[in-house]
Design a binder for this molecule. Structure first.
Ligand SMILES: O=c1ccn([C@H]2C[C@H](O)[C@@H](CO)O2)c(=O)[nH]1
Ligand SMILES: [Zn+2]
Length: 140
């Protein structure tokens, strides 16, 4: 699936969203992460009764991929909404997830695909979502 387009990736994110474990917020998120080699890793949010250990969909997808040896990423599609509401509403990644993306992605190249109400999407670079981000380059 090397040339997977943004709408196809969004469809994968919607499938991932069906697996979300959200008994506390009822806000379900799905993410589909495309590697440079063309593989797709899906993630959903996973909540916890003590709240803090909750993992976002985006980080689930990244951690699954990284734990399988992946290090190079092209783009991620994200869909999120309350149960029973339109999942094509724009759900942008939280600050913690943006920082995790910063660890593995070129901020000028990595694309974040957000769905909107018409099921078309807005595409932003990581740099646009996390300007002046801190990364391993700062520690060199
Ligand atoms: O981009 C986002 C924003 C929120 N959440 C999750 C965390 C929590 O389970 C719920 C409400 O914040 O949505 C994500 O997975 N990704
Ligand atoms: Zn997050």
């Amino acid at each position: 699936m090397e040339n997977m387009d943004n709408l196809e990736l969004l469809e994968e994110a919607k499938k991932a969203r069906l697996k979300a474990y959200t008994p506390y917020s009822n806000f379900k998120v799905g993410a589909a992460l495309l590697t440079k080699s063309g593989k797709v890793y899906l993630g959903c949010n996973i909540e916890n009764a003590t709240y803090t250990p909750t993992n976002c969909a985006e980080r689930t997808a990244f951690f699954k991929a990284v734990s399988e040896g992946e290090r190079e990423f092209e783009k991620i599609a994200i869909v999120g909404a309350k149960d029973g509401e339109d999942a094509n509403v724009m759900c942008s990644p939280c600050g913690v997830c943006r920082q995790v993306m910063m660890e593995f992605c070129d901020p000028k190249e990595f694309q974040i695909i957000l769905a909107n109400g018409e099921n078309t999407c807005r595409v932003m670079t990581l740099e646009e979502l996390l300007p002046c981000g801190f990364s391993s380059f700062n520690l060199k």
